[in-house]
Design a protein. Sequence first.
Length: 295
Amino acid sequence: MSVEIRDPAFHAVIGADVTFEQIATGCLFTEGPLWHPREHYLFWSDMPGDHLRRWSPGDGVTTFRKPCNMSNGLTWDREGRLLACEHATSQVTRTEADGRITPIATHYQGKQLNSPNDIVCGVDGGIYFTDPPYGRVEYYGVKREQELPFQGVYRVGPDARRPALLVDDFDRPNGLCFSLDGRRLFINDTTRQHIRVFDVKADGTLSGGKVWAETKGEGPGAPDGMKMDSAGNIYCCGPGGIHVFSPDAACLGVIRVPELPANMAWGDADYRSLFITASTSVYRIRVRIPGLPAL
């Protein structure tokens, strides 16, 4: 079975079943999928391979950037520029229109960030990212000691060396996504296997932080990448695959991906395709309720 249905509402969101189309394979560890809303191509990272790839229906799989500083999470800013979390450099960068790469977050209080992991852009242009230490271990990054004594969530300000620390009580902050109105930010914790929700204040800082849902189930996997669809349902990696939660935090079911999933992105012209980065491959499935563009 490709799905585990826990609530009949799953049928209206996903369908009775899904078909996995493998659009790429042969990678070392895929992450950070990102769909371009106008040019209709997909980016994704292969951290151990230090390779940022691109796929389109016409061109297939090509190289966009290699080396790529072991990039992980990717998104667009409000001007359509590529933002990347880099494991090898422990920084967030922006690719300018002329191809130059500009660091936009590097340190906090004089100490190098752990390893920026996932990233989203708010409706006001504010850039939020999580900073667990996964990029400081071999294979997924460059082995080195952690300089900061905590794992934070940040908002990028005008100074690349001084991002604003928003939350510091996570064990392993990872995936994050905004609510449809942009007034709440959902952030998951890989180690604690739950999703928390925060209110976004007028100045871009966060308040609250209660546990919104837990990812419960059998099989390998934990909270990692996370996305919201156009009806407010949240998709989050977890035990056994991708867990689908209704807007009121009920788990509707689990999409059982052929390989261990790490992240996902909405794409294709109707945004009813979910591109899933899973271990050595990238898969595409079709769902009933469309997702949302990252821009």
